[in-house]
Each structure stands twice: as C-alpha cells, then as structure tokens.
Ligand binder design. Structure first.
Ligand SMILES: [Zn+2]
Length: 221
C-alpha cells in the first residue's frame, strides 16, 4: 500500500510534465514560422495615417468616413519582407489582410504597396513605379465614369507586369503581358485564387477589356 501511494504521485507528476512539454513544443513549432518572419528585417515601404493617405484631394467626408488604411506584409523582388499599406473600404479590410497573408506565405513577389497620395494621386506615376494601390479618387482613364478605385472597392497589383488592354491600347504603355515573368498574374497564381475565392472579380477574366492588374469586389451600400 505504502509503495503504491508513493509511486502514484510520482507518476502523475511525470505525466503532467510530459503533457506540458508536448504542448510547449507544439506551441513553439506552430509559432516558429511567424517569429522567424517577424524577427527578420522588415522594410517599411509605407507608414502613413489615414489622413496622410487621403491628403490633397477633395474627397467627400461621407466617403472618407467609409475608408480604412490596412497594413500588409509581402515579399518584394529583393526577396525581403516589406510592409506597405492599402486604403480600402472598411468592409473589405479583413479580406485584404487575409489575402496578403496568403500572398506572403507563398512568397509571390509584390513590388511595393503605397497609398497613391504618395504619387500625388497620379495613377500613371504609381504604375510606372510598379506600385500596387487601391483607393484613388479619380475617374476611369479617358472617361468621366467614376472608377471602382474611387469607391474604394478595387486594387491593382504589380501594374508594370500586369497591364490593362482596352481596345488594343495597353496601359501602362509598351508593357508586354508575359506570364513567365515573376510577379505576373495568371489563372494559376496564388494571388488570383486568394482574391477570387473571397468573391473578388479579376480583370484578367474579363472578355472585352483585359485588366490583369485589377481586382474588385462589390459591397452592399
Ligand atoms: Zn484597377
């Protein structure tokens, strides 16, 4: 009897210890990837407040109140982890975070993601810098139509590799859509799948106009 009572506590302590150690190992393993990334050097491409991202444009207050600025992480063409920001309708912020998390895990290169006010609201200047951007209070190029970017429900990715081709006119000019180049969007790319499975349209699937850089998602007003 004495032997049993002295052995039982010993065994229960050792079992408890093993369970704790196993849980610790599982926790460390499941978090090691994240810790590694976050301890890595992160290059800050953009660090603005929402007000700074919306400066110098006559955006109606009713629209401003619906916008949010979302921090995103991505590997650029230098294969280093970068942090940028996306200005988007608040309802789409969670989608953007999840999509960029998938893109980061895949190491698909995104050149940079900086709110377009940095380029003085010039879509052309932003595209020439191969910058990915979302909200821009502007009309559709060469028209008076309100762009889905002006509603905060669209984003363009790596525009210098993924042109818009409308009536044979390529924008940015003289860019050749070449799916073999890294950073180019195709039906098989992680980026296209990450967006479309969350209900976003990809301009690469459109028929009359091809807009390989463009994603948008309609939201209920
Ligand atoms: Zn677009």
């Amino acid at each position: 009897m004495g032997i049993i009572t002295t052995r039982l506590p010993k065994r229960s302590i050792s079992v408890t210890s093993i369970v704790i150690i196993v849980f610790c190992l599982i926790f460390i393993k499941s978090n090691s990837g994240i810790n590694y990334y976050r301890q890595d050097v992160i290059i800050l491409d953009s660090q603005m407040t929402l007000d700074q991202a919306l400066v110098n444009n006559s955006i109606p207050a009713s629209l401003k109140n619906k916008l949010d600025i979302v921090g995103v992480y991505y590997y650029s063409f230098d294969n280093k982890l970068h942090r940028g920001q996306v200005v988007i309708r608040r309802e789409l912020g969670e989608d953007i975070k999840q999509i960029f998390s998938e893109i980061e895990n895949s190491h698909f290169p995104i050149n940079k993601v900086v709110p377009i006010s940095k380029y003085n609201w010039s879509d052309i200047a932003s595209m020439e810098d191969n910058n990915s951007s979302a909200f821009n209070y502007r009309t559709v190029q060469n028209t008076k139509l309100i762009s889905s970017h002006a509603k905060g429900i669209a984003i363009d990715i790596n525009p210098l590799l993924n042109p818009q081709i409308k009536h044979g006119i390529v924008s940015p000019p003289a860019i050749v859509y070449d799916p073999s180049k890294p950073g180019t969007l195709t039906t098989n790319s992680v980026v296209v799948k990450a967006f479309t499975k969350r209900g976003w349209q990809w301009g690469g699937y459109w028929q009359s106009t091809k807009d390989y850089q463009h994603f948008e998602k309609n939201i209920k007003e």
